[in-house]
Structure formats: structure tokens, C-alpha cells
Design a protein around this ligand. Structure first.
Ligand code: ADP
Ligand code: MG
Length: 308
């Protein structure tokens, strides 16, 4: 999944549980990584314009959830964003800014409304050659959910899963206190590495930021979260965090809110019943939605603009 994953666990079966949780995350990555030609997602993409592909129940369910949020956000999140991801190749190609024509060509192939999910057959069909699924905005959250489930199957009730921006807190720390999770400040060069600290128990935190994968060319920052309506890296948000109890959903929503912006994004997140959403805009304003979390501390005393 192109990130470093750390799992901390306590209890008599912790060691076995951690190995099993890593194996489970590897299994999910092998199913869903579009860059791996042997994955189910790659197989769907190879068969675009050719035939529907039957997939495992979990890939099917995650695609259903991704399509749901593609619809709800009217394509700000778009699970068929693959052609744009390949064109820009952020982190892969060498600081490449595509031409307007190339972007227009890629955008013709990005359209969640054309994705056909057949419940009866558990099959997936992309009707146009060149279309592609990309679960990069969802699979890490799902994998973290699975890791948490495996840890619990082993009886672990004190653990922390940290998968590069996707966190799961299982129970409390061995000292009985809640886990203290720092949300990264999107611009640490401004002084603070941490934006806020949230004491958490049985919660997942997912952050999408423009600082994860990016390059700077002529003073413009190009990053890996695209606005499928323009074909360019999304503007207007530099960090979006979702706190909740479903990692797959939180992952999808972090990307969705990033693209939709503070106003529409936070409204959509709040309607989805998440615990909390925190957005930082380029002028370093912080906006939140969701429940009051009195224990959450903003490190620099940032002012929380509430729901705009
Ligand atoms: P990270 O991968 O850093 O955790 P995200 O969860 O926000 O960040 O996911 C970003 C990934 O999602 C991109 O690398 C790409 O694979 C995919 N993606 C980018 N833009 C969109 C979009 N508008 N809709 C759906 N998926 C997207
Ligand atoms: Mg995401």
C-alpha cells in the first residue's frame, strides 16, 4: 500500500495477533491494489470494455461503498478516477504536469455513473476500454478495519494500528488511559508538527493531506488527490481528517471532504454520521463538523470555525 504500517499490541497473544493482522492487510492489498497486475482491481481494469469480472465479496462491498459516496458527492469522490491517477503519476513520474488535452482525454474515461455492479453475479463491469477503478482512497481504511478485527479475534483489547494516516485505536493503553493520537499539522514548517491531539478509544482516525504525495514545480504544489471535475489536484483544502468507527468509510470520506471543500464536504460528512470531521484550508483555518469532543486539544490554539 506504499506506506509504513506499525501495529502495537498488548496481551498474551499479541505477537501472533500482530503477525496475523499484517498478513491480513497484505491479503487486502493483494486484492485491491490497482498497480499490482495480479489484483482483482487490476483484472477489472484489464477487462474494461471487454467483459464483467466476478470478484470476491469484500472487493464487491468496498466498490459498492465507494460507488455510494461517488454518487452522494456527485463525483467529487469518483471510484473510476484511475485514468487521472495514471496520467499524473504523482510519486512515479518525474514531476510531470500533463497538457490540457491529455487531461481532457483522461477525464472522458472518468465517470462513476458508467460503473456496473451486478449484485446477483457479484460482478463488476467498466463499459469503456481505458476506464479504471482505483481504490487508493478506500482500501487502506478497509485494510485497517480488517487488522483491527483480526487483533480482536486473538483477544487483543489494547492495540494501535497506524497505517500512514489511517489509525485504529483498539481499547485503551495498558495503563488504562485512552490512546493519544496526534493529527499531523499539514504545514509543519509553520512551527508545529501536530495540529491537534485526540484521546481515543475504539475509534479510527483517517487523514488525507496534500503533503503525503506531491511535487512542487514553479511554486505550485501538485498532489495526489484529484478533483475529477477539473482533472487537476483538488484545491481549497490541505488536510481533511475523519474520526469514526468504520475505517473504510472514514477513508473514503477523508478523500471526499478534501475534494468537496469545507462547506459541502463537512455537510456531507456530518450527514454520514461520522464522529468528527476536521478540515484545514490553505490559509490555515480549521473547520469542524460532528460531535463535540471536549477532550480534543488544538495544539496551537487554532480557532475552530464551526461548519463555516
Ligand atoms: P492517502 O493515499 O495518502 O491515504 P487518500 O486516502 O486521500 O490519501 O487517497 C488518495 C488516493 O485516492 C489517491 O492516491 C488515488 O489513488 C485516489 N484518489 C485521488 N483522487 C480521488 C478522487 N477524487 N476520488 C476517488 N479516489 C481518488
Ligand atoms: Mg482516503
Amino acid at each position: 500500500m506504499d506506506t509504513t504500517i506499525t501495529i502495537t499490541a498488548y496481551g498474551p497473544k499479541a505477537k501472533k495477533a500482530v503477525s496475523a493482522a499484517f498478513a491480513e492487510m497484505r491479503r487486502v492489498a493483494d486484492l485491491m491494489n490497482a498497480n499490482d497486475p495480479a489484483s482483482e482491481v487490476a483484472y477489472i481494469n484489464q477487462n474494461a470494455g471487454i467483459k464483467p469480472v466476478k470478484v470476491s465479496p469484500e472487493t464487491f462491498e468496498l466498490l459498492k461503498l465507494s460507488l455510494h459516496y461517488s454518487q452522494l458527492s456527485v463525483g467529487a469522490f469518483d471510484v473510476t478516477v484511475r485514468p487521472l491517477v495514471e496520467l499524473w503519476g504523482i510519486g512515479k513520474k518525474d514531476n510531470y504536469v500533463p497538457s490540457k488535452e491529455e487531461i481532457q482525454q483522461a477525464l472522458k474515461l472518468v465517470d462513476y455513473r458508467k460503473l456496473v455492479l451486478n449484485d446477483q453475479e457479484q460482478s463488476v463491469f467498466l463499459p469503456v476500454k481505458g476506464m479504471g477503478i482505483d481504490l487508493g482512497g478506500a482500501a487502506k481504511g478497509y485494510a485497517a478495519d480488517r487488522a483491527r478485527a483480526v487483533l480482536q479475534e486473538y483477544g487483543v483489547n489494547s492495540a494501535l494500528v497506524d497505517a500512514g494516516g489511517n489509525i485504529w485505536t483498539v481499547g485503551v493503553r495498558p495503563d488504562g488511559e485512552k490512546w493519544r493520537i496526534g493529527i499531523r499539522h499539514p504545514r509543519p514548517e509553520m512551527g508545529s508538527k501536530i495540529l491537534a491531539v485526540l484521546p481515543a478509544q475504539d475509534l479510527t482516525l483517517v487523514t488525507s493531506g496534500d503533503y503525503e504525495r506531491y511535487f512542487v514545480k514553479d511554486d505550485v504544489r501538485y498532489h495526489h488527490i484529484f478533483d475529477p471535475r477539473t482533472g487537476w489536484p483538488a484545491q481549497g483544502v490541505i488536510s481533511a481528517t475523519i474520526v469514526g468507527t468504520n475505517g473504510a468509510e472514514a477513508d473514503i470520506l477523508s478523500t471526499t471532504v478534501f475534494v468537496l471543500g469545507p462547506k459541502k464536504g463537512l455537510a456531507l460528512a456530518a450527514e454520514s454520521g461520522i464522529t468528527k470531521a476536521i478540515v484545514v484550508t490553505p490559509d490555515l483555518q480549521v473547520f469542524t463538523a460532528g460531535r463535540d469532543l471536549p477532550e480534543m486539544e488544538f495544539v496551537n490554539g487554532e480557532k475552530e470555525g464551526k461548519n463555516q
